[in-house]
Design a binder for this molecule. Structure first.
Ligand code: DQA
Length: 145
């Protein structure tokens, strides 16, 4: 089983970026948690982070026929990107949306998630643990559990 894990703009700034919202741990620490959770569960994983919408669309398209599942934190593109929504729909790879913060309790402009419309489940407000839970959920989902 192979997962593609995509993080959008400014996720590479974790640790420096608004620690009261996103926590004090770095993106390197997040990558380590994702890699170890996948390894413990027998999942091959590819991590990708980009600050560019088109690069994320390209990566999703390239996953066609290569990845069994996608976990995506589209960051600010969550609330704006019909292109990422359409890319996920185009490849038909089961996807799970993750947000570190509880977007539902934040600003009005964060209340819409276009990307979430192509996802089978969303985790939010759980910090790094949301990624761990998303990996476990997607594994069970793909195994038909
Ligand atoms: C985020 C929430 C988004 O609203 C924000 O733009 C981000 C991070 C989160 O993980 O909580 O960049 O996706």
């Amino acid at each position: 089983m192979k997962f593609l894990i995509i993080n959008g703009p400014n996720i590479n700034m974790l640790g420096l970026r608004e620690p009261s919202v996103y926590g004090a741990q770095s993106y390197a620490a997040l990558q380590e948690l994702i890699r170890s959770t996948c390894a413990e569960n027998g999942i091959d994983c590819e991590l990708f982070q980009s600050n560019h919408e088109g690069a994320i669309v390209d990566k999703i398209q390239q996953a066609c026929g290569r990845a069994d599942g996608i976990i995506i934190n589209p960051a600010a593109y969550t609330h704006t990107s019909i292109a990422i929504l359409d890319a996920l729909k185009a490849v038909s790879i089961p996807a799970v949306e993750v947000h570190l913060s509880d977007v539902k309790s934040r600003e009005a402009f964060r209340q819409i998630s276009y990307v979430g419309m192509a996802c089978v489940k969303t985790y939010m407000g759980l910090g790094f643990d949301g990624y761990r839970q998303a990996i476990l959920f997607l594994k069970d989902y793909l195994l038909g559990g």
